[in-house]
Structures are given as structure tokens and as C-alpha cells.
Design a protein. Structure first.
Lengths: 213, 292, 408
């Protein structure tokens, strides 16, 4: 029963949503909206599970003084600080204030934004080092890749003078013809793969998510 | 190890160092570079520019602080353009940290629109942007695909109230605005796969004009959708934002950032060339030795 | 005397009245001579229920007024009016520019809405041709009654239905074929073949294996495909008694991954070697997760990094850090934007649907192989249709393209 019920639910709701796509009638729409609301409710439980997992894992590290446990303490401190300041605790304790709370916004503007931007900016350096390592003219295909990359990078360079227009037109052709063709092919393949995998999940063929038979 | 071998196997820290120096110098030293515009950005600008006063647009701010550098300028450029044209904007965010981004953008843009400005030869007097009259910020809800589908039925399904807790039905500008049918276009600015959801579940199902603002990395992937007219415009990365700023005659952080990007690209190209010179010279030497 | 006064009065009256009438006529004549003449009305107005929708919508068509852009050239637009009885009262529903010849009148489905348009209710329509003078216009004949209602089948999506049925039938046929023992060819996937070798390398070096499921949720197709590969990796790792590290982004993904690894260890005959700390939750913040995984890579120095699932901008940060740590890297994602980064920085990459194919490739089960072959046949069909489409469009044959048109 532990496996049959989830499989049955997946099958029934999967088939329903396939049919719903082809049935525009109001009653089908009503059912669809009903399920949408339920998915939100289920989603909230997932968020709660995430917070609980984080607290449990971090507290476990702190309690047993596992390696790097001070960072787990900081994680917990950050989590609770954001929760506390996210509520209007001076007036209506359980009213969520979010960004209207000065401290909450300060944490967001002066801690979260700089930290996340810094991590993302690592990409600029890693792209440079990856490009340096990978763009070598080892073969004909690698050379074509290298030339394409150079053209795309240089297309809006203002110092090319006479060659600027040709570079831009070539770059535009590269983006709109071979790039588009390749991306389209991958999109079709991925789309078919998604349909096939969804069918497998619906029909119970793919059931890894349920665990051991 | 001869010079060509060194060129081929340079320590990556030299790459990082030179790139950092160039970025800092070009940031600190102010100069402008000419920006050329492309059709995909011009389509978005022309579409918004030809809308009438009082028309509604939907602006999705679906990115986190990590994509701030590339996408925030797009939000500022489009929102200011729309407010100057006296369009009404429905803001929403489908990304967890999006409310912070949206809140910051709305605050800054409403301050900017208070000033008198002339763009493209047209004088726009400053005005006060009022929440509920000129814009509404719906806030954030998880499961973006479901939110997009829900808004196609009625905005009130995923967002019964706006971000500040006011019921949508009591917001003046939301009277009679039920779903995408009353909106002239949707412009989604995102760094994640929310764009795919907007195309499949939004535009595919409800057939509204959709434009995307994406990071540079993602931009190239969405040309098939531009070609098939599932989206009518595309802004890719900082360049896209700079192009929009140029078209709206509103220079901002994107146009400033382009000079850094251009020089960073030159540095990357320099290292690629060095690496290839080293590689080809070493290969020639190795082949020469084998022949002997 | 009285008679005299009366006669003067009568003559005055006879003079004034015609004068007044003449004046009035003169006024009227002056209005007539400067007023806009009424334009010709629209003709052939029809209204039908809008097709393929949930109801509450009626589609109108008409022939524009002959005075729109021709004739008097006085028509500047049209107004659409609706009533619930032929005599009215008519309510304006739309204002359209000149040249318009159709309109879809859409109402709300909620009764509380001010714009509610009931299904199975008689409606009557007329279209008014308007001019620059708001007093000068002409109405068409009233058309009606017409009712709106929802359809039970969207005929505009028939091509999708044909594809879904065709694909399902092909899948079932090929599964039956595989079950009956037929050999279905699946080409070699270098990335999957390399997994065994990479696990062996890790065992020899005495270093752990890092498996990253990506940033997807348990409902994402890429994550579901990744579980299968994780199961295989975990089984091999259990057999070789190598350490496995699986940091997770999503708590539900973590739960499923724990089940998968535990099952794999049990299948390998080493259930006691399974340790719940192998598979742990990190955080649901993208770059915080990346920072944590990078830290793990640089501290633990795994021999092999396997990235399978949904990845976003962090893909290159992970892969470059792994390269710095000297690990062999095998990756697979369906995120098209990230594939180039993985190709550049990793030793082996599964591109797009190769990730989904991995489950069939590894297990070689008939059920999975059959569905994989169905994908291949579908792709072949798309190629053939694309070539036919290309040729027909170039020879001016339009009907073939129309076969695939999907309306909303």
C-alpha cells in the first residue's frame, strides 16, 4: 500500500492533467484551479521541511562539535535573526512585515546582496580561466569554436572601426543560424526526453523516488 | 620550460590578477563607449514607446541579488520608460529574493521619476508615482509555473493581496484587471528558468506579447523563441540593458558597465591568443622532434 | 376698431409665422449644409460562440462600412453594443479603430464581477459606425440571439493530441518489443562509461567521491534522472567501500537521495556501511550551496566529482573549483545554457537528453529501453517532418504547415 497509493495518485493526477489540457470547459478549469491551490498548500510543507532540516543539521553539528561547527552556529543565528526581524515584533508580533522592517531590509541590502553578488562575480574570473584553458585550436571543430567565441566577444567592440559592422553581422548570423539550429535541436531532444520521463513516472516505470521495492 | 610552454600553462592567478586590475581601472576612470542597438532590444523599446497613457504592462522581477549587476539596469530602464509614458505597471516576482530587488527598484525609480527630464527630445515633467494608482507590487509566491498559470485565470488566485497586504479588489488600478487579457505585454527579467515557464505556460497558453530580459549567458539560448515569435523582444545581459538605456536616452549603470565589459573581453581574448600561440608553437616543436 | 386690430394681428401673425418658419428652415438648412452625413452602416454582422474556450465569449464579424476609407471616408471607428433583448438596452462593449471587421466579446466568468457574461443566455449585438461628430453615426441591424458556452474539446490542440497518442503507442509497442527479447541498440554514452572508471580511480587513491544532484527539486525531470545514476554510483561505491559525499540543495531531494543510497547499499550487500551523514542537506540558497560544496571540494579533495541534474549559474564555479582540486569530473544537465560550461571544464559531459537516457542505458531494462527508443523514433519523425515542411514552404505549399498549427 505504501507504494501503491503514491503510484496510483501520480497516475490519476497525471492523466487528469493531460486531459485537462484538451478540455477548455469551465468545469475542467475549476478542477484545475482547485489542484493549483492544493499544490501551494503542499509546497508550504516543503518550505517548512527545509527550515526544519537546516535547523536539525546545524544544531547537530554544534551539539557534537563536528568540524567547522562555528559556521553552523552562524547559520542558525542568521536564520533566526531574519525570522525575528521579518515580523513586526514591536506592535503586532505575528504580523509579517518583511521588507518594511528596517533591520530586515538592512540585512538584505547590506549582507545578502553583497554576499550573493560576490559569489556570482567569481564567475567572471572563472570564465576567464576556463576560456584560457579550453579555447585551444586542437582540431578543426575546436578552432571553429574558438573563432566563433572571438567573434561574439568582439561584436560590439567599439575599437574595431571598419571591421565592426562585419563582425556584428557575422555575430548576428552565428547567433541566428547555427546557434539557433543547435539550440533548437537540443530543445527538441530535451522536450522529448521530458515527455518520455514524465510518461515513465506516470505509468510507474520510473519509481526510483519511492525507494526500495 | 620554454616561453611557449609557459604561455600555454600560465598560472590562472595571473589571469585573475590582470582581469581584476583592468576591471578596477575601467570602473574608476570614467569614459563612455558607443553602443550599437539590435533589433531584439529595439522591438521591446518600440513596443513600450507606442503604448498609450493608461495602458497596463506586467513586469516580472524574477532574479536574485547575484544577477543584480546585469538585470537591475534593465528593470530601471524599462520601469522609468513606462512611468514617463504614464503606463501602469504590475510588478511581481517569482524568485525568492525578488521582493528585495523589486522593492529597491521601485523605491529608486519612483524617486527618479519625480525629477523633470528630457528623453529623446521629449520633455517629461516630474510626477509622484502612487502605489495602487500608477503601479501595484503583487509580491512573491513560490512554484512559478503554477503562479503563471494562475495569473492567466485571475491575478487574484495566486495574489489575493498585494505585497503590502491590500486586497487586489480594493486597489484602484486593479479594478477590471483580471488576467493577461487586460495587459498589453509581459516583460520578464530573470536569471533562471522562469523564462521557460513564461514561454510554455504563459505565452504558450494565454498568447500575450512576451519579452524577456536575461543574463548574457542565457541570451543566446532564447533566439529560437525570438525566431518563432514566441517572444517579441530579447535583452541579453548588460549589453541588452545598455542598448535599452541608449534607446530611451537614459544613460545609467548599464552603459557605465559596458566599458568594463569591453575591456574585460579584450583581456580574455588576449589570454586566449597567448594560450593558442603557446599551444601551436609547442605542437610544432613536438612534431618537429617526432620527424627527426 | 376691434376688427381692425384683429386684422392687423392676423396679418402680423401671418407674417411672423412664415418668417419664423423660414428662419427655422434657414437654420435647419444651414445645419444640413454643414453637418456630416450619416455613414453607411456595417453589413453582414454575424455573432457566434467563440470556439475552443471555457465559454463567456462571443466572436463577431462584419463587413466594414463602405464609408470607411472610401466613399464619404467619414467613418473613424466602430462601437460594439450588446443587449439581452432585441430592443435593448444596449451596452457598449468595445470601441475599435477604423478598418476593424471582427471582435471577440469576452466577459468574466465570476458572477460577482461587473463584467459577468452568462453562458446559455441570449445576447443581441449591433455594431455602430461612428464619425468625428458624436451625433452622427449609423447602426447595423441587430444580430441575435446568440449564446456562449464552453467547449469540451479544444480542436485547436489536435496536433498535440496526435503527437501524445502517437508517442504513447510507439512507447508501448517498443516496450513490448524489448520485453519479447529484441535487441534495441543504444549508442555508447561516454560519460556513463567513465563513471565506473572514475569510481575505481577514487578507490585506488583512497579519496572520496562527490556527487552533486544539482539545484532541482524532486519533481524535476533532471533530478529524477539523476537519482538513477546516483543509485548505480552508490552501489559501486558500496562494493568498493569508497566514501561517498552527497550534499543536497533541497530537503525533499535529500530525503529521496537518502532512500536511493540506502537501497543501493542494501542491494550491494552492505547495508551496515550506509551512513545517513553521507547524504546531507546544505541550504536552499544557490550561492551559499555552491560555497559549501566548493569548501567540501577543497577540504576533502575528492578524486571524482559527478554533477548530474539541474544546474544554473553555479555550474562553472563548481566545475572550475573541482578542476583546481584535481578531480576527474563527469557532468550531465538539461540546462542548455550550462552545457557549454560543463563541456569546457569537465572531462565528460552528458548533453541534454543523454541525462534522461542514462537510466535506460545503465539498467538495460526493457521498459526503459523501449521508451528511449520511442524518443529516437520521435526525433526521426521530427527530422522528416522538418524536411518536408522546409520543402513545402519553399514551393509555396501552405497546407502542410497549417496541419501543425496550434491555437489557444
Amino acid at each position: 500500500m505504501k507504494r501503491q497509493i503514491p503510484l496510483a495518485l501520480v497516475f490519476i493526477f497525471g492523466i487528469f492533467h493531460i486531459f485537462q489540457y484538451f478540455v477548455p470547459h469551465e468545469s475542467s478549469e475549476w478542477l484545475y484551479e482547485f489542484f493549483l491551490k492544493w499544490i501551494y498548500i503542499i509546497g508550504i510543507f516543503a518550505l517548512a521541511l527545509g527550515i526544519w532540516s537546516l535547523i536539525r543539521v546545524s544544531w547537530d553539528k554544534v551539539k557534537h562539535r563536528r568540524p567547522n561547527w562555528p559556521y553552523a552556529l552562524i547559520t542558525l543565528g542568521g536564520l533566526f535573526a531574519m525570522i525575528i526581524f521579518g515580523f513586526d515584533y514591536f506592535r503586532h508580533f505575528f504580523t509579517a512585515e518583511g521588507l518594511q522592517n528596517y533591520m530586515f531590509r538592512a540585512f538584505f541590502d547590506y549582507i545578502l546582496i553583497p554576499i550573493q553578488s560576490t559569489m556570482f562575480s567569481l564567475l567572471a574570473f572563472f570564465i576567464a580561466s576556463a576560456a584560457y584553458r579550453a579555447f585551444r585550436a586542437r582540431s578543426l571543430l575546436a578552432t571553429l569554436l574558438l573563432l566563433s567565441a572571438l567573434i561574439i566577444m568582439l561584436r560590439f567592440n567599439p575599437y574595431l572601426g571598419f571591421f565592426g559592422d562585419y563582425m556584428e553581422k557575422t555575430a548576428s548570423w552565428l547567433l541566428n543560424v547555427p546557434n539557433l539550429a543547435a539550440k533548437r535541436a537540443i530543445i527538441i531532444g530535451v522536450g522529448l526526453g521530458m515527455v518520455a520521463t514524465s510518461l515513465k513516472v506516470m505509468l510507474g516505470i520510473e519509481r526510483q523516488y519511492l525507494g526500495k521495492d | 620550460m620554454n616561453i611557449f610552454d609557459r604561455m600555454m600553462s600560465l598560472d590562472r592567478r595571473w589571469v585573475f590578477l590582470l582581469l581584476a586590475v583592468v576591471c578596477v581601472v575601467t570602473y574608476v576612470w570614467p569614459f563612455s563607449i558607443p553602443i550599437r542597438t539590435t533589433d531584439e532590444v529595439e522591438n521591446i523599446f518600440d513596443f513600450i514607446d507606442t503604448l498609450k497613457e493608461g495602458d497596463y504592462i506586467f513586469l516580472g522581477i524574477d532574479y536574485d541579488p547575484n544577477a543584480l549587476a546585469e538585470l537591475h539596469p534593465m528593470t530601471y530602464a524599462i520601469a522609468e520608460h513606462a512611468f514617463r509614458k504614464k503606463l501602469k505597471i504590475i510588478f511581481a516576482t517569482l524568485s525568492q529574493n525578488g521582493p528585495g530587488m523589486a522593492d529597491q527598484a521601485i523605491r529608486d525609480i519612483t524617486d527618479s521619476v519625480k525629477l523633470d527630464r528630457t528623453y529623446n527630445g521629449v520633455f517629461y515633467p516630474g510626477r509622484t508615482i502612487v502605489n495602487g494608482v500608477d503601479y501595484v507590487f503583487l509580491g512573491y509566491k513560490p512554484y512559478f509555473a503554477l503562479v503563471i498559470l494562475g495569473m492567466g485565470q485571475n491575478f487574484r488566485i495566486p495574489f489575493p493581496t498585494d505585497y503590502y497586504g491590500t486586497p487586489l479588489d480594493s486597489i484602484p488600478m486593479m479594478k477590471g484587471i483580471l488576467n493577461y487579457d487586460q495587459i498589453k505585454c509581459v516583460v520578464d527579467i530573470t536569471a533562471g528558468n522562469v523564462a521557460d515557464a513564461w514561454i510554455s505556460y504563459g505565452q504558450g497558453r494565454y498568447n500575450f506579447p512576451l519579452a524577456l530580459g536575461l543574463t548574457g549567458v542565457m541570451g543566446a539560448d532564447y533566439y529560437p523563441f525570438l525566431n518563432s515569435r514566441q517572444i517579441f523582444g530579447l535583452m541579453g545581459g548588460l549589453l541588452g540593458a545598455a542598448q535599452y538605456e541608449k534607446l530611451s536616452d537614459n544613460p545609467g549603470p548599464a552603459m557605465d558597465g559596458m566599458r568594463i565589459q569591453v575591456y574585460a573581453h579584450i583581456v580574455i581574448i588576449f589570454f586566449i591568443i597567448i594560450g593558442n600561440i603557446g599551444f601551436l608553437a609547442s605542437r610544432k616543436k613536438r612534431m618537429g622532434k617526432e620527424v627527426k | 376698431m376691434k376688427l381692425k386690430i384683429l386684422s392687423i394681428f392676423c396679418s402680423l401673425l401671418l407674417g411672423i409665422v412664415p418668417l419664423a418658419i423660414a428662419q427655422e428652415n434657414a437654420d435647419t438648412a444651414s445645419v444640413d449644409s454643414t453637418a456630416v452625413a450619416s455613414p453607411a452602416p456595417v453589413s453582414q454582422l454575424t455573432a457566434v460562440d467563440t470556439d475552443n474556450d471555457h465559454g463567456h465569449s462571443i466572436s463577431l464579424k462584419w463587413e466594414p462600412s463602405p464609408d470607411d476609407g472610401a466613399g464619404l471616408k467619414s467613418v473613424i471607428g466602430y462601437e460594439v453594443y450588446r443587449a439581452e433583448s432585441p430592443g435593448g438596452p444596449f451596452v457598449i462593449r468595445a470601441a475599435l479603430p477604423s478598418g476593424a471587421s471582427s471582435h471577440i466579446d469576452v466577459g468574466a466568468k465570476e458572477k460577482e464581477s461587473g463584467d459577468y457574461m452568462a453562458d446559455y443566455t441570449d445576447y443581441y449585438y449591433k455594431v455602430r459606425a461612428i464619425t468625428a461628430d458624436s451625433l452622427v453615426y449609423s447602426d447595423s441591424d441587430v444580430f441575435g440571439p446568440v449564446q456562449c458556452y464552453g467547449q469540451w474539446f479544444n480542436t485547436g490542440r489536435i496536433p498535440v493530441l496526435v503527437f501524445v497518442i502517437g508517442f504513447m503507442c510507439t512507447t508501448i509497442l517498443l516496450i513490448q518489443k524489448a520485453k519479447s527479447g529484441a535487441k534495441l541498440f543504444v549508442r555508447r554514452l561516454a560519460g556513463i562509461e567513465a563513471v565506473d572508471e572514475a569510481i575505481g580511480r577514487a578507490t585506488e587513491m583512497g579519496k572520496p567521491i562527490l556527487y552533486v544532484l544539482g539545484l532541482g527539486t524532486a519533481a524535476d525531470i533532471a533530478t529524477i534522472a539523476s537519482y538513477t545514476i546516483l543509485g548505480r554510483v552508490a552501489k559501486k561505491v558500496a562494493e568498493y567501500q569508497t566514501r561517498l559525499i552527497v550534499p543536497c540543495y533541497d530537503p525533499i531531494t535529500m530525503t529521496v537521495a537518502q532512500e536511493t543510497v540506502k537501497t543501493a547499499y542494501a542491494d550491494a550487500g552492505r547495508p551496515d556501511d550506509y551512513n545517513e551523514d553521507m547524504v546531507y542537506f546544505v541550504t536552499q540558497s544557490q550561492f551559499a550551496y555552491v560555497a559549501a560544496v566548493n569548501g567540501t571540494m577543497l577540504r576533502e579533495r575528492p578524486a571524482t566529482n559527478i554533477y548530474m541534474g539541474l544546474f544554473y549559474a553555479e555550474s562553472l564555479i563548481l566545475a572550475e573549483t573541482g578542476a583546481l582540486a584535481g578531480s576527474i569530473q563527469i557532468s550531465g544537465t538539461d540546462q542548455i545554457a550550462q552545457i557549454p560550461f560543463f563541456i569546457v571544464a569537465c572531462d565528460y559531459t552528458l548533453i541534454g537528453e543523454e541525462l534522461y537516457a542514462a537510466s535506460a542505458y545503465l539498467g538495460r531494462e526493457p521498459l526503459l529501453l523501449g521508451s528511449l527508443k520511442a524518443q529516437d523514433y520521435a526525433k526521426a519523425a521530427f527530422i522528416v517532418l522538418a524536411v518536408i515542411g522546409f520543402l513545402t514552404i519553399n514551393f509555396g505549399i501552405d497546407w502542410f504547415k497549417q496541419l501543425f498549427y496550434i491555437s489557444n
